[in-house]
Write a protein that binds this ligand. Structure first.
Ligand code: COI
Length: 319
């Protein structure tokens, strides 16, 4: 089976070659993202393998005219693909489920960095300021952590946290017994009211977009710490900035931010980024910003490639 692989990074080539051989797939590897201009790469292919670039109707129509039967995104999130339209044309759309430890471990790291004021400690050290002013932190074991979303990643965060001795509150529309061993499910209102630190692990859905906003922030504890390793759109960025400026939110760690898609994974060393809210957040000593890298480990990249090829093969052959 022939598969067009879009947005293939240099660090992925070797893995695509390895899994392409294992699954007996002929791969057309391209560093270019999927667009109307690059659609032709999929001519003669049964499936396309993509990453984060939005894929809309026009592109899907072109691929459909070439006989493409499957679109596999090598990401967990799939909101960038108009999957309902693709499926209405008989094209199957799949996402992948890679190791949840990659994001879960990064989340715990971000929590600890936020409550131990690590950005200030590291930047001050670089300026040879070794004083102790303003860097006294808090201990996780004495905090109540609220985990919103207990899918694979949220559940793994909870398991990882269970060793720290903190109280763990959880919220999800689907509750799991495996989570109840380590955390107490409660309403979203109770979680907002009682948590000292809140971490988001929900997908971007119409119901979750903007769920962290001035109203929900107002119902949280003063000095709450917010962690978002999931999707930028879950947080109203302007409201978060306002709350950070007032001290209502004491610290934040954000691996994702609204409007990141044209910016993250590109090099802006010599050009203006043009995202004003990102610049404000980045300038705050109590806000840790990373460019959507929580997923990025050897294990997860291997899983992304392996499972996306597997999905192409299965869907392309009608499974
Ligand atoms: C996902 O897999 O959904 C992610 O968030 C990582 C991706 C942007 C590379």
């Amino acid at each position: 089976m022939k598969i067009a692989v879009y947005s293939c990074r240099k660090d992925e080539i070797h893995l695509f070659e390895q899994y392409g051989k294992e699954y007996d797939a002929e791969l057309v590897l391209s560093p270019l993202p999927p667009t109307k201009e690059t659609a032709r790469l999929a001519e003669g292919c049964t499936a396309v393998d993509i990453i984060t670039t939005p894929v809309g109707r026009e592109l899907i129509d072109i691929w459909h005219s070439y006989g493409v039967k499957a679109i596999a995104t090598r990401t967990v999130g799939y909101e960038h693909v108009d999957y309902e339209y693709a499926e209405s044309l008989g094209i199957s759309v799949s996402n992948v489920s890679y190791t949840p430890h990659t994001v879960a471990e990064y989340t715990v790291m971000a929590m600890l960095m936020a409550i131990r004021k690590m950005k200030a400690i590291i930047t001050r050290y670089m300026g040879q300021d070794f004083s102790l002013k303003e860097i006294r932190g808090r201990e996780l074991c004495n905090m109540t952590v609220g985990v919103i979303g207990t899918g694979k990643i949220g559940e793994t965060v909870i398991r990882n946290l269970s060793g720290f001795g903190c109280r763990i509150l959880a919220y999800d529309v689907f509750e799991k017994d495996s989570v109840r061993r380590f955390a107490e499910y409660c309403s979203l209102d109770a979680l907002y009211r009682e948590a000292d630190l809140i971490t988001l692990h929900t997908p971007a859905l119409p119901e979750t977009c903007g769920m962290i906003n001035k109203n929900t922030i107002a119902s949280m504890k003063d000095g709450v710490v917010l962690i978002n390793m999931a999707r930028g759109v879950l947080v109203n960025t302007a409201d978060l900035i306002e709350a950070l400026e007032r001290g209502k939110v004491a610290a934040a760690a954000l691996d994702v931010v609204e409007g990141e898609s044209a910016i993250y994974y590109k090099d802006f060393k010599y050009k203006p980024v043009g995202h004003h809210e990102m610049a404000i957040l980045q300038a705050m000593p109590n806000v840790i910003m990373t460019p959507h890298t929580a997923f990025f480990t050897d294990e997860a990249v291997g899983d992304m490639i392996r499972y996306s090829i597997e999905h192409c093969i299965k869907a392309g052959s009608g499974e």
